[in-house]
Ligand binder design. Sequence first.
Ligand SMILES: NC(=O)C1=CN([C@@H]2O[C@H](COP(=O)(O)OP(=O)(O)OC[C@H]3O[C@@H](n4cnc5c(N)ncnc54)[C@H](OP(=O)(O)O)[C@@H]3O)[C@@H](O)[C@H]2O)[C@@H](O)CC1
Ligand SMILES: [K+]
Length: 465
Amino acid sequence: MRRAHTVEQVRAAEADLMARLPEGTLMQRAATGLAVAISNFLGSTYGARVVLLIGSGDNGGDALYAGARLARRGAQVTAVLLSSKVHELGLQALKTSGGRVGSTDDIPTADLVVDGIVGIGGRPGLRPDALAAVQLAEQYDVPIVAVDTPSGVDVDTGETPEPHVNAALTVTFGTHKICHFIDPAATACGPVHLVDIGLDLPPAAVESLQAADIRNLYPVPHGESDKYSRGVLGLMVGSTQYPGAAVIAASGALGGPVGMVRYVGPDTVAEAVRAAHPEIVAGNGRVQAWAIGSGLGDELDIPLIRELLDAEEPVVLDADGLKALDDAGDHVDVLATPHAGELARLLDVDRATVEAERLKYARLAAERFDVTILLKGATTVIASPDGQVRVNLNATPWLATAGAGDVLAGLCGSLLAGGLSPLDAGSVGAYLHAAAANLASSSGPITAMSVAAALPEATRYLLRG
Ligand SMILES: NC(=O)C1=CN([C@@H]2O[C@H](COP(=O)(O)OP(=O)(O)OC[C@H]3O[C@@H](n4cnc5c(N)ncnc54)[C@H](OP(=O)(O)O)[C@@H]3O)[C@@H](O)[C@H]2O)[C@@H](O)CC1
Ligand SMILES: [K+]
């Protein structure tokens, strides 16, 4: 599990540790890790031209000490001081090691710019001098390595209301921050490298599953299992208008852990589903979970869906089915899977507002509708009504293709029927969906059906470890 903590949590952990260590130890740990990461990024440090953008706080201090280490290894390091205040000891270390104070004129010919403008003490946005320096680096295609966080982003929300750095790499310390996990800021971070500085941290604000977590959570059948005990999923998806949604969602469901899938819907659609998947049983019967909503179109039966939401079996609610959500019921066993536009409609706000404040609106909807919300996107956010949040970060942009959401709904339903909680089903489902897409894609186009077809192999690979 990767974990992201709030600035307040980081500050408290830092204060605890600093009280037990000689002054400056943490900054030296951070700067050492930063210098190593920059060296790896550069490939060759000797002779490399590195420009440090330095703000007034400890973020600048980290950059200056790392710059000193790079200078000692032969890099030509220049610091651009963007504030009248500077970390004096860091600056001294840089100068002693052969670095110098320069100006933004050094940026166009640099191999690398280090963003030490602000870290967790920063407010969103860039002041004019910092903005001009960052724009110059962008104009000359000089990659930027961000120290701790890309300056200008909102660290605790992942929002980017103002101009900010777009980093080629972010090197962070102690733990991830929320901006590393939540878009749009997550995209501005580029890859994130975590340097351990020994912080002892409380439970995280936001988590992100890794391969080992999938192995721990996946409902693997055992010797006594039969098709019923592995879970039966009821699919109420697709319509005479959109029969394909049912075929695709069924593929996603069969690629998950479920022992059997029942299809409930119009006869002609049931025929299409059974033609594609002869193992599917048509018609009502006992199920352990439902996946409802994809492609229901005009055949949406809101009262029936509300009955199923109120029944005791857990439900994945997707696409058209989301229209049945109301804020009256107790729906803690429901996993709703909107994209930003659908969530915006549910909450009566603009799509752009949801895109800009994804964590806030995912949490708000989870609380208001008392359901787990899986907000789809390049980084998917899964928020449960008790306040837990997970994100999925391994998706490929090729996954933005018609029907991919139907595969995810079927897969998450399968995981719910297999006994996972909505939070686990949503986060394991998002991870496997993305893993299958990566496998099917290999950096090329994919279809929803090819993603579903890759699910068993992606799962096998992850479960083998
Ligand atoms: N915590 C840890 O465990 C460890 C932390 N470490 C490091 O310390 C960093 C935090 O350092 P920090 O507290 O000194 O804050 P920091 O981010 O440098 O900013 C400070 C000042 O910037 C200013 N300012 C604000 N907004 C601004 C803006 N938009 N644009 C421009 N300026 C702006 C504002 O001052 P003002 O100019 O308003 O007086 C504010 O006071 C952390 O990110 C990590 O790198 C590691 O060394 C080791 C372990
Ligand atoms: K920074």
